[in-house]
Design a protein. Structure first.
Length: 135
């Protein structure tokens, strides 16, 4: 019998600037498994993914930050040449977002955390690792 231990999710995000379109993601930990799902509506259409993994196979779970590095690559030379690179450098930091990386022994999945507080993310990670130890 599975019981939900913890759940975290990004309800709704609009981000065409970084290529994500409209998306929502969520992760749920039960006493035996971790489930994840995501919906993305972009110019390429709708995609849906599900991750189901046994907690015994969970190797690691962590937080990662990412952004579109092309903004930085274009911004630095333009900054030196014209001063217009400030816009690209600001875009690099403005489009930066967090992901939870879940590793099930070589199979790494990433789930967006836009709009979720750091405290909530830390609680989720701690509960997931405690559930893994008990599984």
């Amino acid at each position: 019998d599975e019981q939900i231990i913890s759940m975290i999710g990004q309800k709704f995000s609009i981000s065409f600037l970084v290529g994500a379109g409209i998306s929502s993601t969520s992760l749920m930990v039960t006493n035996r498994r971790m489930y994840g799902a995501g919906n993305r509506y972009s110019l390429k259409g709708k995609t849906f993914s599900t991750l189901v993994g046994e907690l015994k196979a969970l190797h690691s779970i962590g937080l990662e930050y990412s952004s579109n590095f092309w903004f930085l690559i274009i911004g630095i030379p333009l900054l030196a040449a014209y001063g217009a690179g400030v816009v690209f450098i600001l875009l690099y930091f403005w489009t930066r977002h967090r992901h939870i990386q879940v590793n099930f022994g070589g199979e790494v999945s990433s789930f967006s955390l836009r709009g979720i507080s750091n405290e909530e993310v830390e609680r989720f990670i701690k509960k997931a690792m405690l559930a893994k130890e008990k599984a």
